[in-house]
Design a protein around this ligand. Structure first.
Ligand code: URA
Length: 290
């Protein structure tokens, strides 16, 4: 499938729905032009295998170290409203019928957006809703969510104080699906990334925690890098510091040793330090002697 295919499918959908005009950014236009060139049999420049597939929220909003790895393919997401809460609501409405995600045909019907404080200092990004999240239309409300709530409580945060999102806004579909879940693919994450990017632009958290390797891959574009090698230092998403840690569900496995819990806790202590939130002796010593 060509890199322009999701965009073309989306535009056709809009056309079928009666829309005659759409504003495309330069990158999307160039993607369509290169598709035309290819159709005419002329050599077109190669498009990187793994397109980030994003257009920025507004011209000039996309800055920082990863700019050069942002080739085109999806239309821009524009948030309406004036307050952060209104803008996020506007994104939520648009995400419901987001053509590039829906046209993949591999995601389920219900859209699960994000939850929490629209002006949070801390933003968490997970991978995708699972069975329970889809049922309740809220991220991290199943078993992994309960584990996450425990971690947040130990940090001194209530769930409502921070902003919790997923890199993929729909539960990835499986054949004969009941309560079983799967990870989102890079294409599924790319299709939803314009929303995550826009959410970050609106909330403007002081830092982000990517929960698990899949979320880190979707956000930071690392491929198949183990969490063990991504954690322990700061990364960056368009100027916002990002910490990577293990997914809470990893800690739920019976054989998940105390050493793994300690690593997650160390990551969270680094986040508290970064946010300049005082850390008590009790918090520091959580895993002492365990
Ligand atoms: N796992 C995730 O990554 N996100 C959720 O919302 C639930 C489970």
């Amino acid at each position: 499938m060509s890199r322009a295919a999701p965009l073309i499918t989306y535009l056709k959908q809009l056309e079928r729905g009666g829309q005659t005009h759409i504003r495309l950014d330069e990158e999307a236009k160039e993607l369509l032009r290169s598709q035309l060139r290819a159709q005419r049999g002329r050599a077109s420049p190669p498009i990187p295998l793994r397109s980030r597939g994003v257009a920025s929220l507004s011209a000039g909003a996309s800055t920082g170290v990863r700019e050069e790895s942002t080739p085109p393919s999806l239309p821009t997401v524009e948030a309406g409203g004036s307050t952060s809460a209104e803008k996020l609501d506007s994104l939520r409405v648009q995400a419901e019928n987001w053509g590039p995600a829906r046209s993949l045909g591999s995601l389920r019907e219900a859209m699960v957006f994000a939850v929490g404080n629209p002006e949070a200092d801390l933003m968490l990004v997970g991978e995708a809703p699972g069975y329970e999240e889809e049922r309740r239309r809220e991220p991290f409300v199943g078993k992994a969510g309960q584990k996450l709530d425990q971690i947040l409580a130990a940090m001194g945060f209530a769930r409502e104080e921070i902003y919790i999102s997923n890199i993929c806004k729909f539960r990835p579909a499986l054949k004969n699906q009941t309560t079983n879940n799967r990870k989102p693919t890079p294409e599924e994450m790319n299709a939803c990334l314009p929303f995550v990017r826009a959410e970050i632009g609106i909330v403007q958290p002081k830092c982000i925690v990517a929960l698990g390797g899949t979320a880190a891959e979707g956000l930071l574009d690392y491929q198949n890098k183990p969490v063990g090698r991504m954690r322990g230092h700061w990364h960056e998403f368009e100027g916002i510091p990002v910490r990577v840690t293990y997914h809470p569900s990893y800690l739920l496995h019976n054989d998940s040793a105390v050493s793994e819990k300690r690593k997650v806790w160390d990551d969270m202590l680094s986040v508290l330090e970064f946010l300049e939130i005082p850390i008590s002796e009790k918090q520091r010593g959580f895993f002492a002697g365990k």
